[in-house]
Structure formats: C-alpha cells, structure tokens
Design a protein around this ligand. Structure first.
Ligand SMILES: CC(C)(COP(=O)(O)OP(=O)(O)OC[C@H]1O[C@@H](n2cnc3c(N)ncnc32)[C@H](O)[C@@H]1OP(=O)(O)O)[C@@H](O)C(=O)NCCC(=O)NCCS
Length: 311
C-alpha cells in the first residue's frame, strides 16, 4: 500500500490590499487595536475573482511547480466554506479551467480546518489505491460574507487560495491525521441566517484555542511519531498572532519556523494553512524533507493536525 507526499505547492491572492488605516475610515477601529489584538496589518480582498478562479490560479501554479501535467491528475479536492454556488462544485470548476478530464472531484467544508481535512482524505484515497496524483486546494472569498459595519469581525478576514499537488509515494510523507470536532461549540462561529454573514464569539473561541490547541498539537506530533522539538516548521491556522505565538511556545516547537502569514493576509479560513505553507516553501525557509506540523481549527468547531515532510 503506497503512502503519499506533497510534491509541489502554489498560492494566489487578489491584488487589492485592504489596510488597517482604510478600515479605520469605515468603522470605529485603529491600526493600533488591530495589530495589538490580532497581529494583522493587511488583508487581500477579491475584486471580481470567484472562489473557483482563485482555487484554479493557486492549483495551476502548484501544477507548474511539479513535474506533472493536467492529464496526470485523477483527484481534485477543494476545501472551502464560501463557494458562491451550490452546483457545480468548485473542484469541478477547477478541473474544467485546468483542462483536467475524467477526474474525481469534490468539495469539503470543515471551515478553517478544511485544508488539513482535505489533505488527510486525499492521503487516504491514495493509500486505498483509488487515486495516484491529486490537487488539494484551500480557497476562500470571505469578503462576500463580511458585515462591513461590524468592527469585531470585518478587520479579521481576507481572501485567497493555496494548493498542493499530492502524489503516491513509496516513502510516505504525510502522517496519520489527528482530527475531530466539538459540536457543542458550533454556535461560536457561524455563517448562517439571512443575510449570511460571518459571526463569532471571539472570546469563547480564543479561550478554547489557547487551552485545547497545545494538547491537540502535541497529540498530532505523537501520532506522527515525532517530538515537537524536531519540527522544522509549524503552520497553524492563521487567525490571530496572540494564539499562534503562545501555541508554538507551549507546544515546545523551539526549533521550528512559525508561520505568521496572518500579518499580511488576515484570516483566510481554509486557505490559510496552504497559503502560509506555500510561501514558506517558496522563500526556501524550510529544507526539503524536513518535518512540518500543519494544524487547522475553526468553525464547527473542527480541528485537524498532521505532520508532512516538506516538498
Ligand atoms: C476576535 C478577537 C481578535 C477579538 O479580540 P478580543 O481581545 O477577544 O476582543 P473582545 O471581543 O473581547 O473586545 C474587546 C473590546 O474591543 C472592542 N473591539 C472589538 N473589535 C474592535 C476593533 N476592530 N477595533 C476596536 N475595538 C474593537 C470590543 O467592542 C470590546 O470593547 P468593550 O470592552 O468596550 O466592550 C479574539 O477574540 C480572537 O482572536 N478570537 C479567536 C478567533 C479564532 O481563532 N477563530 C477561529 C477561526 S475562524
């Protein structure tokens, strides 16, 4: 039974940069408040790009960074909670844009943990022998679901996409996943009602994240058979620097480069982990083959963590 590994990555963000200063003209907030409470300086906002456009752009770059062509891909999975349409799914649209034919294609929604869930399901499909080369994409257009009059949420979110090419490998480089959810906390992060807008109970989620994530991150390392001190990089969901930095410390990832893409990109939900990972690899900050912990968490409340070997 083969395992799988990430062979290439790609990312895409819209050109439009939204600064804290611009937000301070729209709602009662300040650059100082946003940076000190969340760590965000800027975020990107889609103009007329759809989730599928951004997903296809990131996936196209990942494919170009691999030695594969569209005809080699037999599975496309898109993690998103912001698809504009119910049907066709985003994965099918990406396949059509990239000229990938006769392909298994599905979307997956576990909110901000979506990419890690998707990566795990693709690893399982490859292990089961039903796929050999897959595209795994996290893509979001959260700006469509933002209440631009609500200062507690509109400063947090951004748009973008990150993608990975995952191939069968005799040397497995994706660990067993630690995944789960806390259904009784579902009400703390929502996009529901009419009009559909993003809402969260920030403090409740913050408390859960700062108490539970260190244990979950440690458990994910244990599942991978690795000590946190051996990690070369740590890529958690990019929601708040005040969650990310203490988490890395509590985990004991003292030798790891810690992704801080939230500073430039804001919270991009399912896109945040692959965006941050793709940028670290593009900047050659992590050696090829080095262990990297990916940890997604968010709406549901859902979470998923696994250790990959850097492509
Ligand atoms: C959302 C979050 C950044 C808010 O930060 P916080 O320090 O908890 O802030 P609070 O919500 O307690 O608000 C504190 C005060 O700042 C105010 N405030 C909220 N947003 C503000 C803004 N953009 N600018 C200025 N003041 C703001 C509040 O009204 C409140 O004022 P009050 O004390 O007069 O009532 C933080 O709770 C968080 O990161 N939570 C976890 C989010 C997460 O991980 N989500 C999962 C993935 S989606």
């Amino acid at each position: 039974m083969p395992g799988s590994r990430i062979v290439a990555l790609g990312h895409y963000q819209p050109a439009r940069v939204l600064t804290n200063e611009e937000l301070a003209q729209m709602v009662e907030t300040s650059d100082e408040w946003i940076q000190s409470r969340v760590g965000i300086k800027t975020r990107r906002i889609a103009d007329d790009e759809t989730v599928a456009d951004m997903a296809a752009a990131a996936a196209g770059k990942a494919l170009a960074n691999s030695e594969l062509s569209p005809s080699d891909i037999d599975l496309v999975v898109v993690a998103t909670l912001t698809a504009e349409d119910r049907c066709p799914n985003v994965a099918a649209r990406v396949a059509e844009t990239l000229g990938i034919k006769a392909v298994a294609a599905y979307d997956l929604n576990t909110a901000c943990s979506g990419f890690v869930y998707a990566l795990a399901t693709v690893d399982h499909a490859i292990q089961a022998g039903v796929a050999r080369n897959a595209l795994v994409i996290g893509a979001e257009r959260l700006s469509k679901f933002v209440d631009w009059t609500d200062r507690s949420t509109c400063v947090l979110l951004g748009d973008g996409a990150g993608a990975a090419v995952v191939s069968a490998s005799d040397e497995p480089a994706i660990s067993p996943v630690l995944w789960g959810s806390v259904p009784e906390m579902g009400h703390t992060i929502t996009i529901d009602g009419e009009p559909q807008v993003f809402k969260q109970e920030g403090q409740a989620v913050f408390r859960w994240a700062t108490t539970e994530l260190p244990k979950l991150a440690r458990a994910a390392c244990e599942k991978a058979g690795i000590s946190p001190s051996e990690l070369a990089a740590f890529v958690p969901h990019q929601a708040n620097l005040r969650i990310i930095e203490p988490l890395a410390k509590k985990l004991g990832a003292e030798n790891a480069i810690v992704a801080r893409d939230v500073v430039d990109s804001g919270n991009t939900s399912a896109a945040s982990v692959p965006l941050a990972l793709a940028k670290l690899v593009e900047r050659r900050e992590v050696p090829s083959g080095a262990p990297v912990l990916l940890l997604g968490f968010g709406g549901g409340v859902t979470y998923a963590g696994l250790v990959i070997r850097c492509p």
